[in-house]
Design a protein around this ligand. Structure first.
Ligand code: NAP
Length: 325
C-alpha cells in the first residue's frame, strides 16, 4: 500500500510517499481501508517534532473508511462496516490498523469525507463548547480563527447552546464565512487594538470565555478580553507556542481560570467518544451543523496539503483522498 512516512522532523519535504506492507490487525485491532483522511495541525506539530513521536512513523491521526479485516477479540465490527476515528497514528495511508475501541460507526447519509472532517476538529469543537466551558444562554464567547476548521464548527455549536459569539479572523472573506456560520460579531485581529474592540462589543465587561487555538500571537491579549473570573481555554498554537506564564497574572487580570486541554482527555471513555461523535452526526443529518470542506488532495500530495493548512488560507477542512480520481 501507499503511505506517507516520516524519518526525521522538519518541513513538509520530510513527508515521504512510499510503498509499504499492508499492516495486519493484532488482538483488539481493526484494519480500515481508508477513503478520506483529515489534515490537522497536530500532524504539523508532529512533523516538526513540537509534539515528539518516535521516528519513523506514518503520519496522520484521523480518517474514515471501511472495515477491511478484524483482529482477534474484536466484537461488534465486521468487514464492510463504515467507520471513522481519530487519535490513532497512521492515517495518511491506504490502510490503517486502529484499536477497535477508537472506531465509531458512520451512519447512512454521512459521506466518508464528511465523517473524516469532523472526527478531530468536530469533536474538539464539541468538547470545548459542551464540556471544557459548557456554554449556556447569556454567555459571550470569543472564538479565535473563527473561519478555520475548528472555528467554523465551534461557532455553530456555541450558537446552538445559546451563547453570543464574537469571532476573530484575518481577512474579510473569512469574516463573511464566520458570520454565515452564526457569529454575532466578527473582528479582524491582524491589526492593533482588537482586544479593545472585544471590550467595546461587551459594553466594557469582557467575555465569559475565550477559545484560543492561535497561541503565541493572541494569548496575552485574550486574557485582557475576559471579564473577572473569566475562563481562558488555550487549545492550540497555530501561530507558535505560548511562552511560560507567571500565574500571578491570573490574579491581576481578575481571578481568571485557565486550562490547556486536548481531545484525547475528552474522549477517554468509549461512552464519551460515541456521545460526541453521534451528536455531531445527528446534527449534520438534521442540517443543523455544516462541515465545510476547504480542499481535497491525493495521498501523494500530503506535503502540499499540509503547506496549504499552514498557509493560513484555508477555511474549513483539508482532506487527503487515497484513491482520488
Ligand atoms: N487541543 C485540541 O484538542 C485541539 C484539537 C484540534 C485542533 N486544535 C488546535 O486548534 C487550532 C486550529 O486547528 P485547525 O486544524 O482548525 O486549523 P485552522 O483553524 O483551520 O487553521 C489555523 C488558523 O489559525 C489562524 N492563524 C493565526 N495565526 C496564524 C499563523 N501565524 N500561522 C498560521 N495560522 C494562523 C489562521 O486563521 P486566520 O487567518 O483567521 O488568523 C489559520 O487559518 C490549532 O492550533 C490546533 O492545534 C487543538
Amino acid at each position: 500500500m501507499k503511505a506517507i512516512r516520516v524519518y526525521s522532523y522538519g518541513g513538509p519535504e520530510v513527508l515521504s510517499y512510499e510503498e509499504i506492507t499492508i499492516p495486519a490487525p493484532k488482538q483488539g485491532e481493526v484494519r480500515v481501508r481508508i477513503e478520506a483522511s483529515g489534515i490537522n495541525y497536530v500532524d504539523i506539530y508532529q512533523r516538526k517534532g513540537l509534539y515528539p513521536v518516535a521516528l519513523p512513523f506514518t503520519a496522520g491521526q484521523e480518517a474514515s473508511g471501511v472495515v477491511d479485516a478484524v483482529g482477534q477479540g474484536v466484537s461488534g465490527l465486521k468487514t464492510g462496516d463504515r467507520v471513522a476515528y481519530t487519535s490513532a497514528l497512521g492515517s495518511y495511508a491506504e490502510f490503517a490498523v486502529v484499536p477497535a475501541g477508537r472506531l465509531v460507526p458512520v451512519p447512512d447519509g454521512i459521506s466518508s469525507q464528511q465523517a473524516a472532517a469532523v472526527m478531530l476538529q468536530g469533536m474538539t469543537a464539541h468538547y470545548l463548547a459542551c464540556s471544557t466551558y459548557p456554554l449556556k444562554s447569556g454567555d459571550t464567547a470569543l472564538v479565535h480563527s473563527a473561519a478555520g476548521g475548528v472555528g467554523l464548527l465551534l461557532v455553530q455549536i456555541a450558537k446552538r447552546r445559546g451563547a453570543r459569539v464574537i469571532g476573530t479572523v484575518s481577512t474579510q472573506e473569512k469574516a463573511h464565512l464566520a458570520k454565515h456560520a452564526g457569529a454575532d460579531d466578527v473582528i479582524l485581529y491582524t491589526g492593533a487594538g482588537w482586544e479593545k474592540e472585544v471590550k467595546q462589543l461587551t459594553g466594557g465587561k469582557g467575555v465569559h470565555v475565550v477559545y484560543d487555538g492561535v497561541g503565541a500571537a493572541t494569548f496575552e491579549k485574550s486574557l485582557d478580553c475576559l471579564q473577572p473570573r473569566g475562563f481562558m481555554v488555550l487549545f492550540g498554537q497555530a501561530s507558535g507556542p505560548v511562552p511560560p506564564v507567571d500565574l500571578q497574572i491570573l490574579n491581576t487580570k481578575g481571578g481568571l481560570f485557565i486550562t490547556r486541554p486536548s481531545l484525547i482527555q475528552y474522549t477517554a471513555t468509549r461512552d464519551e467518544l460515541l456521545e460526541r461523535a453521534n451528536d455531531l452526526f445527528r446534527w449534520m443529518l438534521k442540517g443543523e451543523l455544516t462541515v465545510r470542506i476547504d480542499s481535497s488532495f491525493p495521498l501523494a500530495k500530503a506535503a502540499d496539503a499540509q503547506r496549504k493548512l499552514e498557509s493560513r488560507t484555508t477555511m474549513g477542512k483539508v482532506l487527503l483522498i487515497p484513491r482520488m480520481q
